[in-house]
Write a protein that binds this ligand. Sequence first.
Ligand code: AMP
Length: 443
Amino acid sequence: MLFSELGLSAELLRATRKQGYEVATPVQQRAIPLILEGQDLLAGAQTGTGKTAGFTLPLLQRLQQSEPTNQNHRIRALILVPTRELAAQVGESVRTYGIYLPFKSSIIFGGVSINPQITQLRRGVDIVIATPGRLLDHIQRRTIRLDNVETLVLDEADRMLDMGFIHDIRRIMKVLPARRQNLLFSATFSRDIRQLANQLLDDPREIQVARRNTTAEQVSQIVHPVDKSRKRELLSYLIGDGNWRQVLVFTRTKHMANRLSQQLERDGLTAAAIHGNKSQGARTRALADFKKGKIRVLVATDIAARGLDIELLPHVVNYELPNVAEDYIHRIGRTGRAGQDGQAVSLVCVDEKKLLKGIEHLLKQDIEKIVIEGYEPDESIRPVAIKNGGNKGNNRRSSRGQHPGGRPDSRSSKRPNGRRGANARARARNGSGGTTSRSRRAA
Ligand code: AMP
């Protein structure tokens, strides 16, 4: 279905054409007419489905219809998002699609000075895109008025709940007018999301669109069993040996993301870490460099990677398995490119066997296990329980609304030998290295 068939205004159609978009994605086809009718909506859609335009376009149109000249600049639409990156991206979309409309928008998140935000708000804006923590700051300082909000969007609501934002969301709801349109977007519909939807939405319509990638078809998944102490070495080897040029690597914690990125740099690979403790500038720079190909390996925590608008990648590596099985699907949904296969590789040590079982149970399939020669796990190492650091199990968040993170399990397992070390480093530096890794199936 074309955008031109969805009842959008000439200004909005012009803006979508400017982006080169003619055909609406499934979530857009279904959400846009419902939102234009003024319905409340519960939408199951994740990053990459085109959901942002799916709510931004009709939201702008409703503002345009109800007050076309727009002289007052009162906040009439509020979009709540879990992370700064997503706030920046959604803000960009609001500007992009609203380019031929007179509305002003403002992006509000923590970790940066509050004063420019106050100045902007004082001058008057129509649309606010905000993370909950900083928005509450503004509410408490009385630097924002939300009593004219007509439309509320909760984007990536499941993430907001995972990050412990539920109380902030409830407090924000209290200062909004009771009569308003509510749109809730979430990648998954857990019990908590259903509960939030029940409290928030009025007779909602429900839509669900397929994930960008439901694992099996486009993404080949492989597990390499390996000792924890040799994961870094194996990763460098795989990148160098396969001549992978753009790799997104996931760790469970910020600490591990930092450490790994530094170690990879020492192996001769350009790498950067992206997580909640990095300044906004550093995160934006790392992402831009990764997209341009200046950085070969981007090491990210789940929360930091969520909502990043990175084109689908050929290689995603789970350096550490996530504590929560659903995050595995989010992670590997980043790989696979139009028509091409993507590869999701998981480096799994003995401590993570239980997590792997949980993931396989969720996927309803076993993932192929391949032991790389020279990196055979030492069978004598006993598993150690993994603490819930840096993932969903730990629901408290820091005052800035960032993901809590935590220290990784610092136990170092016995290192069998260092046979691959020098080779791996040399291959990583040389790019392809020319040899194919010999491997054999795990028993
Ligand atoms: P989102 O799911 O909102 O994060 O969007 C994912 C990407 O798809 C963004 O880069 C959008 O610019 C792009 N996009 C959104 N709508 C369309 C469309 N109808 N056709 C092609 N690309 C789109």
